[in-house]
Design a protein around this ligand. Structure first.
Ligand SMILES: Nc1ncnc2c1ncn2[C@@H]1O[C@H](COP(=O)(O)OP(=O)(O)OP(=O)(O)O)[C@@H](O)[C@H]1O
Ligand SMILES: [Mg+2]
Length: 141
């Protein structure tokens, strides 16, 4: 496990840009952390790292559930399961079909579902330390 500490949203986005290099095509990345921890902020950087979207264009998929960002090499699916409550609802999203070799799934609130708790998934956990300070822990499979 690797631990980072950031002191602003911009620093977390910058870390996301760098962490993009660690993410493997065809994989699932679980973003853990409380409301406002910075999961979506991290995705802004990851999307920039893959040249898939500008940070400002990455918004929370809380209501739309899935956002797609296409880069030259990779398609990112940014998924927010906060409003998904049952395995049946999860199944209707068809996440398995999105997991192609040139795609990466970035999932917020995935820990709600045991089926997504695979040790094959890279995990980025964010903890609020203070108003603008976050501890960010990267666990690679
Ligand atoms: N060091 C930091 N890293 C990330 N975000 C920070 C930091 N300091 C302050 N913030 C602020 O915290 C908020 C994080 O919001 P964000 O939407 O990224 O959280 P989230 O984990 O996706 O929440 P949710 O579960 O509601 O989707 C933003 O308003 C951001 O500006
Ligand atoms: Mg979010």
């Amino acid at each position: 496990m690797t631990t980072f500490q950031t002191h602003s949203a911009e620093e977390t986005t910058e870390l996301g840009r760098r962490l993009a290099a660690e993410l493997k095509p065809g994989s699932i990345v679980l973003l853990r952390g409380d409301l406002g921890a910075g999961k979506t902020t991290m995705v802004k950087g990851i999307a920039e790292g893959f040249q898939a979207a500008k940070a400002d264009d990455v918004t929370s998929p809380t209501f739309t559930l899935v956002h797609e960002y296409r880069g030259p090499d990779i398609i990112l699916y940014h998924i927010d399961l906060y409003r998904i409550d049952t395995q049946r609802e999860l199944d209707t999203l068809g996440l398995d079909d999105l997991l192609a070799p040139n795609c990466i799934l970035l999932i917020e609130w995935g820990e709600k579902f045991p089926r997504l708790q695979s040790e094959q998934n890279l995990e980025i956990a964010l903890e609020r330390v203070a108003e603008t300070e976050r501890r960010i822990m990267l666990t690679t499979p």
